[in-house]
Design a protein around this ligand. Structure first.
Ligand SMILES: [Zn+2]
Length: 225
């Protein structure tokens, strides 16, 4: 059935639209090699942590890719977020998950938590664009995936009128936790699509750190340079 569908609707590269080979997922080999990977987690680079220095204490923090305006990463994240191409999140999650599973500081992660969407936004989009990313990372780290404890309590409008990059900016959202028992003492990995100013991470961390004795780390698909 899958092959039959591919015959009529061949899968194409999310970046350059060439038809993908059977062994290629989401991106063609050429575009995959062009992706601006950070290697932060392998090189112990603190660029992601530095964004929230003095605001949030993170154990470890990384991003898979560098995000730049009009670049290939902007295009694939746009397709993930606005065009329903959830496979992109799955693929990035498998990729980063496999890498983090080899890094000592991520091996003791107990639970992966996605930055949540407000319920009406989730209903409208039909999926949280970081869900599959988080699920794949959890699988790779043999951790739980929890999308019920951290909740978004207020809608924040995406500003699309101030230029293309604005829609990717953190939106200073309001979050809360539904309970604080089940995660006591755990090492939590918060996951999001992109970190820019760190405002979203700061709001999420502020409520998560109400839970006794937790450690908090962060992994994102991309970091805005
Ligand atoms: Zn391509």
């Amino acid at each position: 059935m899958k092959n039959l569908l591919n015959l009529f609707f061949p899968k194409v590269c999310e970046a350059c639209n060439t038809v993908l080979a059977d062994n290629e997922m989401v991106l063609c080999t050429s575009c995959r090699h062009q992706l601006p990977i950070t290697n932060f987690h392998f090189e112990n680079t603190e660029d992601v942590k530095k964004i929230v220095y003095g605001r949030v204490r993170l154990e470890s923090a990384t991003a898979l890719l560098h995000f730049s305006k009009k670049g290939i990463v902007q295009q694939i994240l746009h397709n993930l977020k606005y065009r329903g191409h959830e496979d992109i999140g799955k693929s990035l999650g498998q990729w980063l998950g496999a890498e983090l599973a080899t890094v000592e500081t991520y091996k003791d992660i107990d639970v992966v938590i996605p930055v949540p969407l407000y319920k009406s936004k989730l209903r409208k989009r039909g999926y949280n664009q970081v869900a599959k990313f988080g699920q794949e990372i959890a699988k790779a780290l043999k951790a739980d995936y929890n999308d019920t404890v951290l909740i978004k309590t207020k809608s924040t409008k995406t500003q699309v009128f101030k230029g293309r990059l604005t829609r990717w900016n953190d939106d200073g959202a309001v979050f809360d936790i539904s309970e604080n028992k089940s995660l006591t003492g755990k090492h939590i990995l918060l996951v999001d699509d992109i970190i820019t100013t760190g405002a979203t991470v700061e709001s999420c961390a502020t409520v998560l750190l109400k839970i006794d004795n937790i450690k908090l780390s962060l992994a994102t698909m991309a970091i805005a340079d």
